[in-house]
Design a protein around this ligand. Structure first.
Ligand SMILES: Nc1nc2c(ncn2[C@@H]2O[C@H](COP(=O)(O)OP(=O)(O)OP(=O)(O)O)[C@@H](O)[C@H]2O)c(=O)[nH]1
Ligand SMILES: [Mg+2]
Ligand SMILES: [Zn+2]
Length: 354
């Protein structure tokens, strides 16, 4: 098997690559990005590359190569030049904190997102749901990993709380420090040739898990027993590594905020298997399941077939989304007004000749 196919090359990329074949360009996958240097793996092994100026100038930030992207490049001995990015099959993105409508691509071409929470002070169902929403919105399957189970007396109780949210995805308990136990679930969930991205707040143990699984200390882990349980060696760069079993894992820096990416014109969406199934039976197509008559979701809560916890968490998240959507709309309105204002000023200037 060629190196490319071991790294996940498939007919989708092959097809988009054909138009570059006669230009003497090679295909490769971005495994790391440090400042302006990209590390790419291709059939000729690993090499460093930089972006072609034309690529940099013609693309938005989110379109430029990210870890996991497949690129075409002109090979040179010291530093190759990346000419283009092959269309992504998917990408994990998030809203940039503070800038309401900008999105940041975290990793591209992912088979599943490993959403990690620590069973210390990090455990938070609301935050977990925010991650789930975003991952589902990106069209990516989640696997939930509850780490640091060694720190609590009854880890299974936490797992039950997550299962009670009603998502039909795997929920695993683990301890990244206990290497023996990792084998139990990794052989089942981390398949060869597939790419997995670690997601979760700073200090949940992403790098510890990454290092344990890769058998290498590639990413520095936080030192033990800092007062807030957070690592001092917080990860600053993303990195894709092939694990001994042939699956690929991407470590990333922890995120302080994992906002949802919703455009002002886009509807509020909620990805939940039970609520989605019920909403097909609501009287109104655009039912928000809050007080509409003939709402199958509210009926199910009253009948006790939909757990109250699931419904309550739905309400919390949908309100958060409305709030975000409202601020995106406000921003758009301000931009339009500003455009109008500057046109008026320019017209005035022309009239007064100054
Ligand atoms: N007790 C216990 N501690 C753990 C476990 N996994 C990680 N830790 C500790 O948690 C701290 C943070 O771990 P990291 O792996 O650096 O966390 P991270 O998610 O990579 O953090 P960022 O890089 O900042 O996003 C370190 O002190 C680890 O030793 C675990 O399963 N049990
Ligand atoms: Mg880390
Ligand atoms: Zn409804």
């Amino acid at each position: 098997m060629s190196l490319l196919s071991q790294y996940g090359w498939n007919s989708h990329f092959e097809q988009h690559y054909t138009s570059f074949l006669n230009q003497g360009l090679e295909a490769g996958r971005v495994t790391a990005i440090n400042a302006f240097n990209h590390t790419i793996i291709s059939d000729n092994g690993s090499s460093t590359a930089m972006l072609a100026g034309a690529l940099m100038n013609s693309k938005e930030t989110w379109e430029l190569p990210k870890v996991g992207d497949w690129v075409v490049f002109k090979p040179y001995d010291d530093q190759s030049i990346i000419i283009d990015v092959l269309p992504r099959q998917n990408a994990i993105s998030r809203k940039l904190p503070g800038k309401s409508s900008q999105q940041q691509v975290i990793a591209a071409n992912i088979d599943a997102a490993l959403i990690i929470q620590g069973l210390d002070r990090d455990f938070n169902l609301q935050r977990l749901q925010r991650y789930l929403q975003q991952v589902y919105q990106c069209g990516i399957q989640p696997v939930i990993i509850l780490n640091k189970q060694d720190l609590v007396d009854a880890p299974e109780a936490y797992r039950q709380q997550v299962l009670a949210l009603g998502y039909n995805c795997p929920v695993l308990l683990t301890s990244a420090l206990n290497h023996e136990q990792l084998g139990d679930w990794t052989s089942q969930y981390l398949q060869p040739g597939k790419t997995f991205a670690l997601l979760g707040s700073s200090g949940v143990g992403k790098s510890t898990l990454f290092n344990a699984l890769s058998g290498l200390a590639i990413q520095k882990e936080g030192s033990v027993s800092t007062f807030n349980n957070k690592g001092q060696h917080t990860t600053t760069a993303r990195h894709l590594t092939m694990l001994p079993n042939g699956s690929m894992l991407i470590d990333s820096p922890g995120m302080r905020e994992f906002g949802l990416t919703i455009d002002a014109d886009e509807g509020v969406s909620f990805h939940h298997p039970q609520i989605e199934a019920l909403s097909a039976k609501c009287r109104f197509r655009d039912c928000t399941h809050q007080q509409e008559p003939g709402c199958a979701v509210i009926d199910a809560v009253e009948e006790g077939t939909l757990p109250m916890t699931v419904y309550r968490n739905y309400l919390k998240l949908i309100r958060e989304q409305y709030h975000y959507q409202a601020s995106a709309m406000e921003k758009k309105r301000m931009e339009q007004q500003f455009g109008k204002l500057s046109r008026q000023i320019n017209a005035l200037r022309r009239k007064r000749k100054y």
